[in-house]
Design a protein around this ligand. Structure first.
Ligand code: AHR
Length: 499
């Protein structure tokens, strides 16, 4: 048994004090910024739209729009660590009245009738469309943001999106975006508990300024922000598919929050594109504090180019913001993805991935036409020339979902969506919870039927069948039925790669 080192008492106490001091100084950001880490935006390479981010009990939690029937959460002890954190599925819904195209998550720790619980709000509608979007809420079993969650309810049965909870004057209110008089506007309604709307809605903002009407008249993504004795609602304005999507601000002027007169709109946007920094369509934000509670941060999505759309190509960005003399927030300018920023105070994480590796993007040129490519449109797959947006014909080849020796073909602008066959049609779908999803989304790359230097896609789940054409629609066709030159050409493609 090793002799114990006998320190004189004062040294061992000194050691403990030194360890305590260093630990406190490093993990709680006492004093200088040198203890803070560094990071660069974005926090993900796609599927980063409409992000919500919370810091809770030593970890950051991040959720974003999934476009599908599952909700995911990333967890990391450092902000930069979210970049490589696995998005874990925390909920999956097969009831079509509660899913299937999930947008705009928001999760808040609220002390309601069931005690302290996380309430996870999302909008969901018909898969592959913008239709039938309704706000829903889940409740956690305890106080772990990772869940498990159970379905708690639907808050509206009319079209409404981007639900968010406002806590003001010891009351709960539901903020959301919906249509009135043909304009997508902001509304507020009272809540009797975190899952129940208890009164009529009031419209508190409609798009009225030119900066709220780029591409379409839109006010959406309302989020409350409190500072000292002031309350604001920061919201997104203009069409999300334009580079001029931006943030606006309402200031609470006192009185009944359910009265439109209690909210005053700022005449100018408060956060918008920076051509100099290469950031476009910044919007649909959330707010969080640094681990030591001393700093205010904004999380938002944006595109890297003016041609970016309102799709899975949007990525999550974060930056610190300050306050003006008059107590209003100063969000500054969206930072460039090349700029290294200091991590939140008290966060010593180093950036594991300053720059995401460039995706290898593939397009599949059809043998049977000049300059035509395989593309998805309304989640059906066909061959088109002059594809617009070109992203509809851009894919990323990944290891096969059912067999990593094979491949799966993931959409670039709808990440998490894969080329699959369904009832013999070739379509683009996300994981729909069926057992056949993975097998039907897995393909073997074979020498092209019309030209062995090109390729054909043989189904993993139905060997001997390839992506071909039936009645002028891309379909799964038995190789034995492909007997003409035209049919062979319809099943033959040339992969073109770009980074
Ligand atoms: O990103 C999906 C939806 O698009 C968001 O919920 C909404 O803010 C935007 O219009």
């Amino acid at each position: 048994m090793k002799p114990r080192i006998q320190w004189p008492l004062p040294v061992s106490i000194l050691l403990i004090l030194i360890i305590l001091f260093v630990t406190m100084g490093v993990t709680h950001g006492q004093g200088n910024q040198e203890t803070s880490g560094k990071l660069r935006n974005p926090l993900n390479v796609h599927n980063g739209a409409d992000p919500w981010l919370e810091y809770y009990e030593g970890n950051y939690y991040l959720a974003a729009t999934t476009w599908a029937s599952g909700l995911t959460m990333r967890k990391s002890p450092t902000l930069a660590g979210l970049k490589t954190a696995e998005p874990l599925q925390i909920y999956f819904e097969t009831d079509s009245s509660r899913c299937c195209n999930m947008w705009a998550p928001e999760f808040r720790l609220l002390d309601g009738p069931n005690g302290l619980r996380w309430y996870f709000y999302y909008s969901a509608g018909t898969w592959g469309t913008y239709d039938n979007q309704h706000p829903h809420v889940l409740e956690s079993a305890g106080t772990d943001p990772m869940g498990p969650y159970t379905y708690k309810g639907q808050l509206y049965n009319t079209w409404a999106i981007d639900g968010s909870v406002l806590q003001l004057n010891d009351s709960l209110y539901f903020l959301f975006s919906a249509f009135e008089n043909g304009l997508q506007s902001l509304f507020i309604a009272p809540m009797s508990d975190p899952w129940t709307i208890s009164g009529e809605r009031t419209r508190i903002s409609e798009p009225e300024y030119d900066w709220e009407a780029a591409g379409s008249y839109v006010n959406e993504g309302p989020v409350s922000l409190h500072h000292d004795d002031k309350t604001f609602i920061i919201y997104s304005a203009s069409a999300c598919w334009t580079p001029d999507y931006k943030l606006g601000m309402l200031t609470y002027s006192g009185g009944d929050p359910l009265s439109a007169d209690s909210w005053t709109k700022h005449a100018e946007p408060v956060f918008q594109r920076s051509d100099e920094n290469g950031v476009f369509a910044p919007g649909h934000n959330g707010f969080f504090k640094s681990p030591d509670g001393t700093e205010d941060w904004i999380v938002y999505h944006a595109n890297d180019s003016t041609s970016g759309g309102c799709d899975g190509g949007r990525t999550t960005r974060v930056q610190k913001f300050t306050w003006n003399e008059d107590g209003t927030p100063n969000f500054g300018v969206p930072v460039s993805t090349t700029e290294e920023i200091a991590a939140p105070s008290g966060d010593i994480g180093s950036d594991p991935l300053p720059e995401f590796p460039a995706l290898v993007i593939s397009r599949f040129k059809a043998r049977s036409y000049d300059n035509a490519y395989l593309r998805h449109a309304n989640f059906l797959v066909r061959v088109d020339s002059l594809v617009n947006p070109i992203a509809d014909s851009q894919f990323v080849i990944v290891p096969g979902l059912a067999d990593s020796e094979a491949v799966s073909i993931e959409s670039l602008n709808f990440p998490g969506f894969y080329l699959r066959h369904q009832r013999n049609a070739v379509v683009l779908t996300p994981d729909d919870g069926t057992e056949s999803f993975e097998a039907d989304s897995t393909w073997w790359i074979r020498p092209g039927l019309a030209d062995s230097t090109w390729i054909s896609f043989e189904s993993y789940s139905q060997p001997g069948k390839v992506i071909g054409k039936l009645f002028n629609v891309m379909a799964l066709v038995a190789q034995a039925d492909i007997t003409t030159d035209r049919a062979r050409e319809d099943a033959t493609f040339l992969e073109e790669r770009a980074q």
